[in-house]
Design a protein around this ligand. Sequence first.
Ligand code: TMP
Length: 252
Amino acid sequence: MTTRRKKIYEGKAKILYEGPEPGTLIQYFKDDATAFNAQKKAILEGKGVINNRISEYIMTRLNSIGVQNHFIRRLNLREQLIKEVEIVPLEVVVRNIAAGSIATRLGLTEGQPLPRSIIEFYYKDDKLGDPMVSEEHITAFNWAATQEIDDMMATALRVNDYLSGLFSAVGITLVDFKIEFGRIYEGDFSRIILADEISPDSCRLWDTVTNEKLDKDRFRRDLGNVIESYTEVARRLGIMKEMPTVIQGGVH
Ligand code: TMP
């Protein structure tokens, strides 16, 4: 980094810097990968560059169908300009097919279609390992209001429908994904918009024909070819046609 911007927050995969004008931030995508609440760590060279592009693409498409989100524009290989929001301390997970923690928790077979799309909430707290919570916990502890929960659920289902179609068109099954939301204040009112990122770090994406995993489970489960798979997702979406040269562009 050659710039001297004020760091606002550093997470496991991203850093937020002060933006060029009030109400904006710069979101920087790192190459760091973590799993199992950061017990497993690695640097995956080029991951930040790919996720910046994939998230840009998805957020832009979502914006075009009226799903408001924090993305303003991509600045360079690793950074995007975003709207500053007050993050709701919840991870909202939507599942279409049993995999990961729901398979373990409920004794389901991975790959089994769920009777309908299921939304789950997790309280964002690394010390606690992001425990699953219900609407009762969310309203009782004031993490979000009832109306906000309704808005997040409605948006989560729209995102699920839209992304399921988008990925299906390129031979990828959207098994599940995690999104986050933030509040924007306008005078006395606040509104909830989509925030964070949507990338192979935060989705389960399976090749529709072979069921091959094209997402972060390749890292979690030591399946190898993590970057190759993320690149394949980008390639199928029609972005990053020149991947190898882009990955080598280490400068942000
Ligand atoms: P899970 O099956 O481990 O609960 O994960 C559900 C989805 O949420 C999956 O697409 C991966 C994503 N996810 C994150 O983005 N961050 C996390 O910390 C976890 C646990 C899951």
